[in-house]
Write a protein that binds this ligand. Structure first.
Ligand SMILES: [Zn+2]
Length: 161
């Protein structure tokens, strides 16, 4: 269950997603937190460079593989503004990270992009559980979802202008 202790990290993900949008990128942000509650690494999307693998959850998986023991990775939590895509869910699983908490689901994102008339992405948005069935996954978090929805509206409206 998502609890009060999770909320500051989730709000930080929303801040990072907002920062990404302000920098001209897609609004996604993620935070890696140790078992003791320490923020170890955080990032936002960098796909505006043209490299569409530059998702924050993928960067987190690679950072964790290089900097944490397998035990510490398994006890860590990844907080993220939007549910992992299949690439990032697979990376998460391969490096053996622990719990995932996301604000908005891939299902919600797919519905929003369809409403906004955005063409379907080349990679299908599967639920994390379909990719890594043994990872503990929680979300969406209704109290923050509308903020993420708004960032996607801003991204695609700004593109039209
Ligand atoms: Zn991803």
């Amino acid at each position: 269950m998502v609890n009060d202790e999770d909320m500051p990290y989730l709000r930080r993900c929303v801040e990072l997603a907002t920062k990404a949008l302000e920098l001209g990128d897609e609004p996604f942000g993620s935070v890696l937190v140790s078992a003791g509650g320490k923020v170890l690494f955080e990032d936002h999307n960098h796909v505006a460079s043209g490299d569409h693998t530059r998702h924050p959850e993928f960067e987190i998986a690679r950072w964790a593989a290089g900097n944490m023991s397998p035990e510490a990775r398994a006890e860590a939590t990844v907080y993220t503004s939007g549910e992992h895509c299949p690439m990032c869910a697979a990376a998460h699983g391969w490096v053996g990270l622990g719990r995932i908490v996301y604000v908005s689901s891939s299902e919600q994102l797919t519905a929003w992009l369809s409403e906004l008339g955005v063409p379907a992405p080349p990679v299908r948005a599967l639920p994390i559980r379909e990719v890594v069935p043994n990872v503990r996954v929680e979300g969406p978090v209704p109290s923050l979802v509308e903020q993420i929805h708004d960032l996607h509206r801003r991204l695609h409206r700004e593109k039209e202008l």
